[in-house]
Design a protein around this ligand. Sequence first.
Ligand code: C2O
Ligand code: CU
Ligand code: CU
Length: 516
Amino acid sequence: MQHSTSEKTRVDPSNPETIPKFVDELPIPAIAKPNRMVNEKYPYYAIEMKEAKHQFHKFFPETTIWGYNGMYPGPTFHVKKDETIKVKWMNRLPSQHLLPIDRTLHGTSHSPDVRTVVHVHGAHVAPDSDGHPDAWFTRNFKIRGETFKQKVYEYTNHQMGATLWYHDHALGITRLNVYSGLVGFYLIRDPLEEELQLPSSEYEIPLMIQDKSFNADGSLFYPENTNPPAEVNPSVVPAFIGDTIVVNGKVWPFLKVEPRKYRFRLVNASNTNGYTLKFENDHPFYQIATDGGLLSEPVKLNSLALEPAERADIIVDFSTLNGQSLILKNSNDEGDLGFIMQFRVVLPLSEKDMSKIPSSLCSDEPLTEEMATKTRLLTVGATIDQYNRPMLLLDHRMWDDPVTETPSLNSVEIWKFINTTPFAHPIHVHLVQFKILHRRPFNLDRFLEDGYIQYTGPAIEPNDNEKGWKDTVRADPGMVTSIIMRFENFTGDYVWHCHILEHEDYDMMRPMKVIE
Ligand code: C2O
Ligand code: CU
Ligand code: CU
């Protein structure tokens, strides 16, 4: 495709109608390289968070972003199951934030504006390496939050092979730090997966989906206040949805593929937006893994819903589409956000495709309701703050209230999320991978009146592609969503929260302490 200079001058980054789609090739994030070995045993990585320039689109001016090693997305970690690595996450960011800070939120009134802490989402790690929201640090570790313990994090990777991702988690500004670009992939490889002959190497591609808005000069746009404006300024917004789709750092990119099978590792790394992914012409695909690793068997799909922080590994077979192009769409949206990216089946087949979609993937030990020693009823709700803004809460409590979720080591618990709001919330629990038991409709009016859960229909099983290990679950409105999990190996302070980042920051996050 040829683009004239006049086309370039017509592009206004703040107006999605002027932005041509599918003109940039999909970038594949670089692989993180260990700097050295510790005691000849542990790969040691030093990663710097830096301000940098980034080209979001061929016809945009450069955009200032924050990135791990100055890259957006950051470098991809490839680690082996059960192999320990150490990472020193370093803050080399400037002292001024890129985006407007609301100083009324938890943790923001007396702390430096630019502070960071890194969380590997989905990781089974010790609390001091989990990236607790109060374990933040400023440039060169100069100022540190209350729960800061150590500069070098240790990841033992003692869990299934899975598509994890890492992102910033600093208290009260997570939404801003993530939106600025502090995100990356963390892939755990299980040598057993190789025997399955899934599409691999250049046929295994991570796709990180985010939505962004830009100012006319190409800088990142993030709202300073709500509409109508709240009396505090800047103010957190109850939801933020951008007006463009960015995949691996490019606005509406394309990827050239061979007529064969590919494995895509999908992450929804958006602040608020959920997607229902669907190929043009309803081209089918197979989901093989959820947040925490392989499903027991592949699930054939025509569409796939991904809420913020959810992941899915899928296999797409392009072999019948030689010479064609195929758009990956988002059926939740009729406008520009209805387009994710384009696949062009234009590369010659380099060798016979020997990869497989195995009929069974992994055997699974079930968690059953009888194993649980504790059931927690947790309300997902909303209230109004002193400035008349909506404030979302878990269990009617704020982040700063004393810890109430204190599971015992090695116990199995059931948590029931009772959603009293009119929209879905992706609820995430640190440390564990859980199973979804079911979702069950209940009488909301009755519940709001006297707190009694009167079910109004039978329990609904999770979809087949939600039956694997999860760390984030969609809690639907009007439903009680039940999950079951075991707390293993580590005790100490963790968190659980809604993964809509505007909710997490205000005030849908709670401490969780695993006790002996
Ligand atoms: Cu993806 Cu507590 O985070
Ligand atoms: Cu997490
Ligand atoms: Cu929420």
